[in-house]
Ligand binder design. Structure first.
Ligand code: SF4
Ligand code: SF4
Length: 448
């Protein structure tokens, strides 16, 4: 694609980067076939190619972002399905991230939208604030139906509907510190405990630590870690996103340079995609660029890491029929496709693939709050596809997808690592009627 940035514009390294990405696009349009918003809305401007044109024009002009451009960029899920499809290697993720930052810097959103985004970025990444807000949201839940019919308040309705009716205790997950290997130590890793996940379902972190310890891996949970930054990053709020990244790097680098780490383990694929991109996000920060690149280089999704270990043979758990839902951040963001399926199959489960498995469920960070109409349509489509396989359980590796899909089905949805923990000697997941950890689904459905 031809671009017409001036020499002066190209002295800005962010614009120079965007220019390089734009010039790789050959307008072929292959990406439109796998874009969820184009699939639903049928508008070229809601396709990757259409958005690339809009972003190019916006950055070239260097003027404040127009509302029309903001509308179509906001509708993008950042699912990155287009990157999997693109034959020319266009890095749409970095381009749309740059567009979101540019929009945040130059465009004044309507008051309610601005307020909502400010609240989301001030609450969601902080577990204590998030927990308190969920308790408050319970009071507002009965009014969700009313808000749903007031156009400007639809996101508030979505937020209330997504909130669980009850919460596990704050102490339910593994605490900061060193969790030693059972028996001989074969490896040493740090684990990101995350923000929303640690509040909604701490049983996932507990299962991860149990499983790794059982396999001879020492797990470090540094005390000063926080949100990975993805929630702020996807709203174009670059400064807080970079602040979260720096804090996590500081928490990990001491371990990396001290006793050493084999990997930084992430068990929420949305976070994994972001942490693996820290090296790029902080490339222009002389104090952190090198440290960020080093931490990104050793970051692994839990299934990626488990794939390098010898798991014990399958135990005597029930051979359940599992529909594996691959989160977009897992299959498109990190290109991890086989490992979770292979691990679940080796653990004794019957794994079935979901039709249209490459299409997003509509979760996408805060997307299901900010764009509830599209998100709800995508959830209905995803649930119909999953239910067509008649599974006993749905497995996935991302808390956002778990929350989103659980809203639309009675089939229990369990994190992949909880199933693997159970199959290799751990307790039965709470979502399947066992007592391991705590299952958010108990708050909203009848899987007890
Ligand atoms: S990231 Fe997803 S929604 Fe956005 S343009 Fe690409 S395929 Fe479409
Ligand atoms: S598939 Fe790649 S090269 Fe083709 S239009 Fe989409 S982004 Fe451009």
């Amino acid at each position: 694609m031809q671009t017409s940035f001036t020499d002066e514009q190209l002295t800005d390294p962010r614009i120079a980067e965007a220019n390089g990405i734009l010039r790789k696009c050959v307008h072929c349009g292959f990406c439109t076939a796998t874009c969820p918003t184009f699939l639903l809305l049928g508008d070229e401007l809601d396709s990757p190619r259409g958005r690339i044109y809009l972003i190019k024009e916006m950055l070239e002009k260097g003027e404040p972002a127009r509302p029309e451009v903001v509308k179509h960029v906001d509708r993008c899920l950042s699912c990155l399905s287009c990157m999997t499809t693109c034959p020319s290697g266009v890095n749409y993720m970095h381009l749309v991230d740059e567009a979101r930052t540019y929009i945040e810097e130059t465009h004044t959103r309507p008051f309610l939208d601005r307020l909502l985004r400010t609240v989301l970025s001030a609450v969601l990444p902080y577990p204590n604030r998030f927990r308190r807000s969920l308790i408050l949201a319970k009071l507002g839940k009965p009014f969700a139906g009313v808000f749903r019919h007031i156009p400007g308040l639809k996101p508030v309705a979505a937020m209330l509907e997504l909130g669980p009716s009850s919460l596990p205790p704050a102490s339910a997950g593994p605490q900061p510190g060193t969790h030693p290997a059972d028996g001989e130590t074969r490896g040493r890793v740090a684990m990101l405990t995350g923000c929303a996940q640690s509040v909604l379902n701490p049983g996932i972190n507990a299962a991860t630590v149990r499983l790794l310890n059982r396999l001879g891996i020492e797990v470090i949970i540094p005390p000063r870690m926080g949100c990975c930054g993805a929630l702020s990053h996807h709203m174009g709020k670059e400064q807080p996103a970079h602040g979260f990244a720096r804090a996590n790097i500081d928490a990990w680098i001491g371990e990396l340079d001290g006793a050493g780490l084999d990997a930084i383990i992430i068990n929420a694929s949305g976070c994994g995609t972001t942490v693996k991109d820290y090296g790029y996000m902080l490339r222009l920060d002389p104090a952190y660029a090198e440290k960020a690149a080093r931490t990104s280089a050793i970051t692994k999704d839990i299934t990626e890491y488990l794939g390098t270990l010898d798991l014990p043979p399958a135990g005597s758990v029930e051979r359940l029929k599992v529909a594996y839902h691959s989160a977009c951040s897992m299959q498109h963001g990190q290109q991890i496709k086989r490992q979770p399926v292979d691990l679940l199959s080796a653990a004794g489960f019957e794994v079935v693939s979901v039709p249209e498995g490459h299409i997003c469920c509509g979760s996408a960070g805060t997307y299901n709050i900010l764009q509830p109409d599209i998100a709800n349509r995508l959830r209905a489509r995803k649930v119909a596809n999953i239910e067509s396989t008649s599974p006993q359980v749905i497995a996935t590796g991302n808390i956002g997808c778990m929350t989103q899909i659980a809203m639309g089905t009675e089939i229990p949805i369990i994190h992949t690592v909880e199933l693997l923990d159970w199959a290799t000697g751990g307790p039965k997941p709470a979502g399947l009627g066992g007592g391991a950890g705590w299952c958010r689904l108990h708050a909203i459905c009848s899987h007890k």
